[in-house]
Design a protein around this ligand. Structure first.
Ligand code: FES
Ligand code: FES
Length: 161
């Protein structure tokens, strides 16, 4: 079947079976390889993308469910493709990655968290990162990165006000 996927602000016409995982279409048809395949069962978080502003595992979302909704991948986080979102910049500054396999999913989930809770406490951040398995054990640094990003984004907003 033919579907229109709205990914990172652009419409894409794709040909796929309705039950095809969104992750496969993003990676294999659209060349967006930032969302990673880990478990394929919705339990590791490596494939997380935003759909309608919510962090979801793209390995278990079928392409038919995602069609017509706003999808954002790690490649399309604002401010623009090729420039770092404050959460991405904070992960780099805090060295919150080792092999990096889990990192795009953690960053996307953190962006979703900060969009609805701009000043999360540590428990909220931990809760947001629970679905994300990191075999390299970067959790502590990831939490610090999200805290730093929240501070940075709050400072920017104050500056813009
Ligand atoms: S690959 Fe999707 S949650 Fe693990
Ligand atoms: S940085 Fe290696 S799995 Fe998280």
């Amino acid at each position: 079947m033919r579907y229109t996927l709205h990914v990172n602000g652009r419409p894409h016409e794709v040909e796929a079976a309705p039950e095809a995982p969104l992750l496969s279409v993003l990676r294999d048809e659209l060349g967006l390889t930032g969302a990673h395949y880990g478990c394929g069962q919705g339990v590791c978080g490596a494939c997380t993308v935003l759909v309608g502003g919510k962090a979801v595992p793209s390995c278990t979302m079928r392409v038919a469910e995602a069609a017509g909704r706003e999808i954002v991948t790690i490649e399309g986080l604002p401010p623009a493709e090729g420039r770092l979102h404050p959460v991405q910049a904070a992960f780099v500054r805090e060295d919150a990655m080792q092999c990096g396999y889990c990192t795009p999913g953690m960053i996307v989930a953190s962006v979703a968290l900060l969009s609805h809770s701009p000043h999360p406490d540590e428990e909220e951040i931990r809760d947001a990162l629970v679905p994300h398995l990191c075999r390299c054990g970067t959790y502590g640094r990831a939490i610090r990165a999200v805290q730093a990003a929240a501070r940075e984004m709050a400072t920017r907003e104050e500056g813009a006000a």
